[in-house]
Design a protein around this ligand. Structure first.
Ligand code: DUR
Ligand code: ZN
Length: 135
């Protein structure tokens, strides 16, 4: 991989996924070279489950990191690159459109995409600075 995102495949081992049994790991690389790892964390109240990507991003932001170079995502799917859900794409986009997302397979192959490619014509923080109604 162009950037060192190997921690990602180990991280899926931490996944808490008793309901889906679908393990996902993410490794987020900040602009200043720090890694934040994340796994999916499910819940008996299904809609409270959190994806690996958002776990990693939330960990980074809560430790003071908001500029990201790349995130890699890993699952156990042998024949398909794991692809982030819509909610995670929007959370990634909050921190810019021009950084990289590495979709991986267990054999170590990957597909590299930008946040903008995964979520084109997006709504982001700048849009909120546009003129708003007064109510
Ligand atoms: O990119 C993805 C796709 C799915 N999941 C999780 C959510 C849920 O816990 C399980 C099945 O959807 O996988 C992630 O963490 N990241
Ligand atoms: Zn997600």
């Amino acid at each position: 991989m162009a950037v060192e995102l190997e921690p990602v495949s180990a991280t899926k081992g931490q996944a808490y996924c008793p309901y889906s049994k679908f393990r996902v790991g993410a490794a987020l690389l900040t602009d200043n070279g720090c890694y934040f790892k994340g796994c999916n964390v499910e819940n008996a109240c299904t809609n409270l489950g959190l994806c690996a990507e958002r776990t990693a991003i939330t960990k980074a932001v809560s430790e003071g990191h908001k500029t990201f170079k790349a995130i890699a995502i890993a699952s156990d799917m042998e024949d398909k690159f794991i692809s982030p859900c819509g909610a995670c794409r929007q959370v990634m986009r909050e921190f810019g459109s021009k950084w990289d997302v590495y979709l991986t397979k267990p054999d170590g192959t990957h597909k590299k995409m930008t946040v903008d490619e995964l979520l084109p014509i997006s709504f982001g923080p700048d849009d909120l600075s546009m003129k708003k109604i007064n109510n």
